[in-house]
Design a protein around this ligand. Sequence first.
Ligand code: KIV
Length: 263
Amino acid sequence: MPRRNLRDIAALHASQAKITMLTAYDSTFARLLDVAGVETILIGDSLGMVIQGRDSTLAVTLEETAYHVECVARGAKRAFILGDLPFGTYQESPQQAMRSAVRLIAAGAQMIKIEGGTTMAESVRFLVERGVPVCGHVGLVPQSVHALGGFRVQGRDEAGAKRIMADVKALAEAGASMIVLEAIPAKLAEELTASIAVPTIGIGAGPSCSGQVLVTQDMLGISDRSPKFVRNFMQGASSIADAVTAYVAAVKDGSFPAAAHSY
Ligand code: KIV
């Protein structure tokens, strides 16, 4: 089977099937996720915390990310591959974003992910017009942890919800092909998902998103954090492969995330 491409992901969304995504940083996990049927794999800047043991994502470099993208692209033969642009490698200008995106695309990414909404819309349009598919990321944006005053749920008040609505609309209009919604109320995520044609991928954003993503080490219960939105899929599983298969099934049938994992 050939590697999934952007049209395959759009077709999944058009058929109203939930889109499955997990993070990976190395070829062994990438192969395992691929075989278990995970459709899209994100090489997230969460690698700063999960792989490098840092307390934020902020120090991850473009070269480190490119290295992990290469590892994952070698291990996963079928999954669609997204590479996360690290903090400081795209915020300056559309041109800087393009240069950084080119590095991850050359390493094997098929789409790049950037954090931010209205302020990033110009860069999103610039990249899309030059052939780079883009995934946006709004709500809790970890690269802005200092500005947000910590890793906190976003969009709980009216002003915050309106800001996120404007962000999502701006990204969709700029041509983003996917938007990650992180740590926002489930009701807001439901409204956002219904308001755009672009698939939304939730993490702590309730069950109505078009798909779901988790950090793999979190859903295996082997990281040192367990946010409310994570379910430990190793519970009741006899192997890592079983746990990942259970995650795919639970996202597909809508049983994950449950109310207990939502805000
Ligand atoms: O860096 C990452 O892994 C992410 C996901 C959690 C969405 O951005």
